[in-house]
Design a protein around this ligand. Structure first.
Ligand SMILES: Nc1ncnc2c1ncn2[C@@H]1O[C@H](COP(=O)(O)OP(=O)(O)O)[C@@H](O)[C@H]1O
Ligand SMILES: [Mg+2]
Length: 255
């Protein structure tokens, strides 16, 4: 099962949720891979997987599709273990930015799907973190995955982008990836005591958006977890933020 977390809006929790859901998946005994497609490499940093002179990043994987190699490396050679048991990563790279236009002009949009499909015996679950843009890499991810999770931060701007996002995903499904389903919208940074977040969620539900019935609250524990480079399931397994993330995981796994 390959899942992508996507929203064109930045700061909504894509990286935070991708890392934490992947870590919960690994703790549940699923052999799990996280693929970091954002040049900001936030999930790679969160999982403490940034290495100097690393030649096994996602950029190296894409690069070998546009350069000649006598021995093309298999996709699993780019997967490295993290400190979390059962959780591997294909690390992000700033170099994705410089490769993008050439990959795009040479129509390499299915290469990520090919690579991840070749890993289906190695991993039970794959989670893809994306940049806040519908660029070559996010499109590759939406083609490679069969499920899309859309985090929102419960403010009005997040809402405004959802309609066009849904249209775009429907178009990708029709043109490139008939398996693609929007698995749910994740209400993140939810503030229980404020009126606006619940009002926005209720409006989305009225409009039949698939908001998952488990809201992820805003908590300083999330930043502490980033700082400690340790996913919440390991740093604070009993914290209410962790429990809501486990709730999201259970919802998507039980579908
Ligand atoms: N549930 C949450 N509670 C508190 N802070 C959060 C929460 N989710 C995300 N954040 C914070 O919001 C910021 C943006 O989150 P991030 O996961 O990097 O978003 P994106 O990947 O969509 O840009 C980060 O500083 C992160 O620590
Ligand atoms: Mg991010």
């Amino acid at each position: 099962m390959i899942r992508v977390l996507f929203n064109k809006k930045g700061g909504v929790g894509k990286s935070s949720l991708t890392v934490n859901l992947a870590a919960i998946s690994a703790h549940n005994g699923f052999k799990t891979l996280l693929v970091d497609l954002d040049t900001q490499c936030n999930s790679t940093a969160y999982l403490d997987a940034i290495k100097a002179n690393d030649d096994s990043t996602i950029a190296n994987l894409f690069e070998q599709t546009i350069t000649f190699h006598l021995h093309r490396r298999a996709a699993n050679e780019f997967c490295q273990p993290t400190k979390v048991k059962n959780l591997d990563i294909i690390a992000g790279s700033e170099r994705l930015a410089e490769l993008e236009s050439e990959l795009d002009s040479r129509h390499k949009i299915y290469k990520l799907k090919e690579a991840l499909t070749s890993l289906s015996d190695d991993y039970d679950r794959i989670y893809i973190d994306t940049a806040p843009a519908l660029n070559f890499y996010s499109l590759s991810a939406l083609i490679a995955a069969s499920r899309c999770l859309i985090p929102i931060d419960c403010d009005d701007f997040a809402r405004q982008g959802l309609y066009s996002l849904q249209q775009k995903i429907a178009e990708i499904k029709e043109d490139h990836n008939s398996e693609m389903e929007i698995e749910g919208i994740i209400a993140n940074q939810f503030m229980r005591n404020a009126n606006l977040p619940i009002q926005i969620i209720n409006e989305l539900l009225d409009e039949n958006y698939p908001v998952l019935p488990e809201y992820v609250s805003q908590s300083v524990k999330m930043r502490e977890s980033h700082q400690a480079k340790s996913p919440l399931i390991e740093l604070a397994p009993k914290h209410k933020l962790t429990l809501s993330l486990i709730g999201i995981f259970n919802l998507i796994e039980s579908k």
